[in-house]
Design a binder for this molecule. Structure first.
Ligand SMILES: CCCCCCCCCCCCCC(=O)SCCNC(=O)CCNC(=O)[C@H](O)C(C)(C)COP(=O)(O)OP(=O)(O)OC[C@H]1O[C@@H](n2cnc3c(N)ncnc32)[C@H](O)[C@@H]1OP(=O)(O)O
Length: 176
């Protein structure tokens, strides 16, 4: 496997057109006192799901660096966002994920996590993504495979109540 390390992405500004609804009960969405991750997923006009995120000190593995399991959570959440665009009437669960950690990600900095437009084959949704450091270095890449299930099989009435809908994205463009 080739190691495409220290590669800088060629970036451009993308227009944000909306935000994926988030849930208080989800570890990836909830950034409250229980120390969830707290990601907000923006949707761009060219079909990406993208997230600007300030990495938290409480998510350290090695001192000063984000734990690899937390980085996996960033991807599980952001790549999952593509499944919401593709199958809003369903809910999708992760069945496989492959992550390549190319460069360490420091805590206390703003990163961007991006999900490319997905490939769909029946119930199977395949999504790829990447994480950019502030200097546009591609630090992590990921591929995930989701399977759609009926929403009623995964969300309780209580969870549905705690879904947030009307929030506006915090930014109008995102560079990646
Ligand atoms: C807008 C909504 C908001 C919600 C807010 C909350 C935010 C949530 C954010 C969450 C974000 C993060 C998300 C998370 O963290 S999701 C949490 C982590 N993931 C899981 O726990 C999933 C565990 N798996 C299952 O529960 C079942 O397998 C599911 C329900 C997915 C399918 O079981 P079901 O009984 O329905 O279907 P089936 O068994 O007939 O299989 C169907 C097809 O799938 C294929 N297959 C199955 N497994 C695998 C595998 N491992 N690799 C490759 N392929 C696999 C299988 O061969 C078959 O293929 P085909 O024969 O059709 O070709």
């Amino acid at each position: 496997m080739s190691a495409e390390r220290n590669v800088k992405a060629e970036t451009k500004e993308h227009t944000v057109t909306g935000q994926i609804p988030w849930s208080e009960t989800c570890f990836g969405c909830n950034g409250g006192p229980n120390e969830g991750v707290g990601l907000r997923l923006a949707v761009t006009d060219d079909g990406y799901v993208a997230c600007r995120y300030f990495t938290k000190e409480c998510h350290q593995g090695f001192p000063g660096f984000v734990h690899g399991g937390i980085i996996a959570s960033y991807f599980d959440e952001v790549l999952w966002g593509q499944t919401v665009i593709l199958a809003p009437e369903a809910s999708a669960m992760t069945v496989e994920m492959n992550i390549r950690y190319l460069s360490a990600v420091k805590t206390g900095q703003e990163i961007r996590v991006i999900a490319k437009p997905a490939k769909v084959e029946g119930r199977h949704i395949y999504v790829e993504g990447f994480l950019l450091l502030p200097d546009d270095t591609v630090a992590v890449t990921a591929k995930a495979h989701y399977i759609t299930v009926k929403k009623s099989n995964t969300l309780t009435e209580h969870e549905n109540e705690r879904m947030k809908h009307g929030e506006e994205p915090a930014y109008r463009t995102i560079r990646f």
